[in-house]
Write a protein that binds this ligand. Structure first.
Ligand SMILES: Nc1nc2c(c(=O)[nH]1)N[C@@H](CN(C=O)c1ccc(C(=O)N[C@@H](CCC(=O)O)C(=O)O)cc1)CN2
Ligand SMILES: NCC(=O)N[C@@H]1O[C@H](COP(=O)([O-])[O-])[C@@H](O)[C@H]1O
Length: 301
């Protein structure tokens, strides 16, 4: 399903774009209602960002989603696990191919994750993750606004979009921009990221993608593996939630190592997101987050 955003009210001209080339949500620069139309599912999500003083405050965002549920988003939002735990709404952020995004989406569809992806956010509208989202009829939001992507939205407007879609958790999956403090403050203990090394090793600014695997090999490290952590205002310094160890072979190329780690990333991220959506994450008194086992409630990791 192609996704188009017909933006009315505050734009000089309707922002109708060829669904193959561009779609984004640009929000009101003043008090008005932005109604965004998502493709053939006729899903209108309208929300009002109310300005006050010089800063647009997100006082109360009215989200009326008048929609026949398409196949894209589960038909029973209120569905719970039989124990009163509500199905969660997920936002995924990508910058590249999006294999973790696809893995998470497939897990939601097959029921391994008690949640639904309701929006894809990207800083590169032509990336593989955005293409996949379009093919699946998921809304795509372009963030942030840059010279290369002038149609991107601001941090305040991004928060308004996510609030308007009633997002519970924000999942970074190969997103290569710094998440702004506005979003971090709006979603405390609700933004996670996956990094392809055993943090704190090989993390921080400049450490992403193949660069990480090349550095691991060059260091002589015998083990590496994915880390999933909560996101704070700096790169890769948030509280570690889960890790998985992957061996480094003596003759590994960076590509071979990346592929081995990526397979483990897909498994680990689905397990961790399932725990998030089932409310099995707890915080130790020392501030370390731990995951309660699904099989044995007396076991934590
Ligand atoms: N506030 C936060 N934002 C983000 C975090 C985070 O932990 N806190 N994690 C990153 C993901 N990431 C590692 O897991 C990461 C991504 C990108 C970079 C980086 O150095 N980026 C370059 C720009 C790269 C590009 O645009 O091609 C840079 O900032 O110069 C480091 C780590 C996502 N956001
Ligand atoms: N520092 C962030 C970082 O390097 N993230 C890494 O980007 C890749 C995205 O792959 P994908 O687009 O196929 O999911 C993944 O390996 C992820 O760990």
């Amino acid at each position: 399903m192609e996704v188009q955003h017909l933006l009315s009210g505050f734009c000089s001209t309707p922002m109708v774009q060829n669904p193959k080339t561009q779609f984004f949500a640009r929000l009101p620069s003043s008090s008005s209602t932005a109604s965004t139309y998502f493709g053939q599912s006729h899903k209108w999500v309208s929300f009002k960002a109310c300005p006050c003083n010089s800063q647009r405050a997100l006082s109360r965002i009215e989200c009326r989603s008048s929609t026949e549920r398409s196949g894209v988003i589960a038909s029973s939002d209120s569905e719970d696990l039989g124990n009163g735990i509500r199905r969660k709404k997920l936002a995924v952020f990508v910058s590249g191919g999006g294999s973790n995004f696809r893995s998470i989406h497939e897990a939601c569809i097959r029921g391994s994750i008690h949640g639904d992806i309701v929006v894809l956010v990207t800083n590169k509208q032509g990336c593989g993750g955005a293409d996949y989202a379009r093919d699946k009829g998921l809304p795509v939001v372009l963030f942030p606004k840059t010279k290369k992507e002038p149609d991107g939205i601001s941090p305040i407007d991004l928060v308004a979009v996510l609030r308007g879609l009633e997002v519970d958790f924000v999942l970074l999956a190969g997103y290569l921009q710094l998440i702004p403090v506005e979003l971090i403050q709006a979603y405390p203990r609700s933004i996670v990221n996956i990094h392809p090394s055993l943090l704190p090793a090989f993390g921080g600014k400049g450490n992403y993608g193949m660069r990480v695997h090349k550095a691991v090999i060059a260091s002589g490290a015998r083990y590496t593996g994915p880390t999933i952590h909560f996101v704070d205002e700096h790169y890769d310094t948030g509280r570690i939630l889960a890790q998985r160890v992957v061996p480094v072979h003596a003759n590994d190329t960076a590509e071979e190592l990346a592929a081995r780690v990526l397979r483990e990333e897909h498994r680990l991220y689905v397990e961790v997101i399932a725990a998030l959506c089932e409310e099995r994450i707890f915080w130790r008194e020392d501030g370390v987050p731990i995951i309660r086992s699904k099989e044995n409630p007396n076991e934590y990791s």
